[in-house]
Design a protein. Structure first.
Length: 213
C-alpha cells in the first residue's frame, strides 16, 4: 500500500494569491503535486447552472445553490483523500467561510473526510488594498468574474470575504502574499513540511469543532 501523499490546503479570500502559490508548489516541490482546488473545481468540473459552486461567497447571494454547496465540498475532499491514499501529493486552494446556515458545518466535515491523512492547513492572508488592486487589474482569461471597486472603499462583499474566510483562524501556518512572493510563500510551506507535523494538527482540531450556532 502506498504511503499517503501530503495534502496542503490554502485557505483565503479570492485574489489573495492562492492559485499562484499552488502553481509555485507544483513547480518547485519534490514529487508529483496535483492541484484540486477551487479554480479547477469551479471552472473545469462544475456545470454552469450550479456555478460558482464551492466558490459561493458569504452572504447568501445565490440561495438557490446553497443546498448543493456542502455536497460539492464533500465530493472535492473525498477526491483529495483518494489522491492522497494513492500516494499523490495534493495542493488545494479554497475559500472556506461559515457565514451562512448552509456553510457552517462544511469546514469541520471537510476535516473529518481527511482524517488519518497528512494535512497542512495554511491561512493565506493579503491586505484588502492589494486584493482590490489585483481585482481592478483583472485577468485576461477571467473578464467580468471578479467584483471591482474603489481601492479606498472596497465593496461590502469583498470586505465580507476578508472578515469571514479566516474564522475560526485555526491553521498550521499563515502566510502573507502582500509581503511575500508566491515562490517565497511556497518556500515557507516547504520549510514547515520539513519540520514535521505538530500534534494536534489544525485539521485534527477542526474535525472536533462543532459549527457555530
Amino acid at each position: 500500500m502506498a504511503q499517503p501523499g501530503q495534502i496542503v490546503i490554502l485557505n483565503g479570500a479570492p485574489r489573495s494569491g492562492k492559485s499562484s502559490v499552488a502553481a509555485a508548489i507544483q513547480d518547485t516541490f519534490e514529487g508529483v503535486w496535483m492541484n484540486l482546488g477551487v479554480d479547477v473545481h469551479v471552472r473545469h468540473v462544475t456545470p454552469l447552472k450550479v456555478r460558482p459552486g464551492i466558490g459561493l461567497r458569504p452572504g447568501g447571494d445565490r440561495p438557490e445553490l446553497a443546498a448543493m454547496v456542502p455536497v460539492l465540498y464533500a465530493a472535492l475532499y473525498e477526491s483529495v483523500a483518494a489522491h492522497s491514499r494513492l500516494g499523490l501529493n495534493v495542493v488545494v486552494d479554497v475559500g472556506h467561510h461559515q457565514t451562512d446556515q448552509w456553510s457552517r458545518g462544511i469546514l469541520a466535515d471537510s476535516a473529518r473526510r481527511l482524517a488519518g491523512l497528512p494535512v497542512l492547513f495554511v491561512g493565506v492572508h493579503c491586505p484588502v488594498a492589494e486584493i482590490m488592486r489585483r481585482r481592478n487589474a483583472g485577468q485576461s482569461d477571467r473578464a467580468g468574474e471578479y467584483l471591482t471597486g474603489d481601492e479606498e472603499a472596497p465593496p461590502e462583499p469583498i470586505l465580507r470575504w476578508q472578515r469571514e474566510v479566516h474564522i475560526p483562524g485555526i491553521y498550521d501556518l499563515e502566510i502573507d502574499t502582500g509581503r511575500l512572493s508566491p515562490p517565497q510563500c511556497a518556500k515557507a510551506i516547504w520549510s514547515r513540511l520539513r519540520s514535521g507535523a505538530v500534534a494536534p494538527t489544525a485539521f485534527e482540531r477542526l474535525a472536533l469543532t462543532p459549527p457555530p450556532p
